[in-house]
Design a protein around this ligand. Structure first.
Ligand SMILES: [Zn+2]
Ligand SMILES: [Zn+2]
Length: 374
């Protein structure tokens, strides 16, 4: 559970981010002192000040998005009108209904308002309350690291050039002095800065697009399925209910404190529960298409089961749970790969079946409950 703000910091994700910010800032301060000293010229001062401003903004907005958190749907929440509960899914963990646009995050252990994704770097979800902070964090990190990558590349090039010149015995005082350890640390900082520019820059693009369309990463998937379902089914096209035009969409994220994160402003002609009803319909379709299997052997729940060597070689690259099995367990399969299946334990097969824990298990440990004639 990472719903307590300060405990979120004690995790490899936030600690790595702090170490990376520290390393790149250190390397830049160290290099700028020799390459373009801030105390020697106005240009040097402004240049260093710009970098430090981006570094400070990165640190500040990183901590803000982590400490503010995404905003959680209150435990036991239900809509004001009793009859509206039919359009909503129920969360057994939070013991309440899932408000429109909210989703349950297994890692946060709560239903998250307007959930976008769970970010291991801030060790909590990106959602309604911290979306704006998160995007400013991404933006300042990308710009600051771009500046650092350019400066550090020039400096490293100069250092290498100097070493080459010394070896060829030319008489010239090196402008940049580095010991072996500071050189290695600078190279490391340069690598990290380049990595941030590429990876965080790409994420920044996705996030800005998501904000301007007022459509989260999860809602993108729902819409993709909604469109696909209608192409096959030949039903009227589905209208995404939250797109208010890019200006109002952006204002909604910037002024997120003014909104409760439960009732959302809608595009003309759309209803508050349009998307949740579509989600319910998709869930039913998924249940219809899924099949029930029964385990015929036991499985320890290990990621690399020695008992199933082929499955161990093709272990799914996800930290989703694995389901330990005993022979005779019924499972409803929702996803499958060549050597693995993902599904939920069920008590019995039928209309009102009760779903138990979900996870991955080796395909070789189960067989179909009803053998379909080929
Ligand atoms: Zn929940
Ligand atoms: Zn989360």
């Amino acid at each position: 559970m990472t719903s307590s703000p300060f405990r979120r910091l004690c995790h490899w994700g936030p600690i790595s981010v702090l170490v990376i910010i520290k390393l790149i800032t250190w390397a830049m301060i160290h290099m700028l002192g020799m390459w373009w000293p801030p105390h020697a010229s106005l240009g040097g001062f402004v240049h260093a000040a710009i970098f430090l401003a981006f570094a400070a903004a990165t640190l500040y907005y990183f901590l803000q998005s982590l400490l503010e958190g995404p905003g959680f749907v209150p435990y036991g929440w239900k809509p004001a009108k009793e009859e509206d509960t039919q359009f909503l899914q129920f969360c057994n963990v939070c013991n309440g209904y899932k408000a429109p646009r909210s989703h349950h995050c297994r890692k946060c252990g709560r239903c998250v308002m307007k959930m976008d994704h769970h970010c291991p770097w801030i060790n909590c979800c990106v959602g309604h309350r911290n979306h704006c902070y998160f995007v400013i964090f991404l933006g300042s990190a990308t710009i600051g690291c771009l500046q650092a990558a350019i400066v550090l590349t020039i400096c490293v090039y100069q250092v290498i050039n100097q070493i080459a010149n010394i070896q060829s015995r030319t008489e010239r005082d090196p402008a940049i002095y580095l010991t072996v350890s500071t050189f290695v640390l600078t190279l490391l900082a340069l690598g990290m800065a380049l990595g941030v520019v590429l990876a965080v820059g790409a994420l920044l693009y996705i996030q800005v697009r998501s904000i301007l369309r007022n459509r989260t990463t999860i809602e993108d998937w729902i819409m993709e399925k909604a469109v696909g379902r209608r192409v096959i089914g030949g039903v009227a096209p589905f209208m995404y209910p939250y797109d208010l035009g890019w200006r109002r969409n952006a204002a909604l994220v910037i002024n997120s404190a003014r909104h409760d994160g439960i009732a959302w402003p809608l595009a003309p002609g759309c209803g508050q529960y349009d998307l949740t009803r579509e989600q319910q319909a998709q869930k039913q379709l998924k249940a219809l298409r899924s099949r029930v299997v029964v385990s015929v052997a036991s499985y320890s729940g290990r990621w690399l089961p020695a008992q199933y060597p082929r499955a161990a070689l093709h272990a799914p690259c996800t930290d989703e749970p694995r389901l330990a099995l005993r022979p005779g367990t019924l499972l409803r399969v929702t996803r499958h790969r060549k050597y693995w299946m993902f599904g939920a334990m069920v008590e019995s097969e039928g209309e009102e079946e009760i779903r138990g824990p979900r996870g991955w298990f080796p395909r070789a440990a189960v067989r179909p409950l009803h053998d379909k004639p080929e």
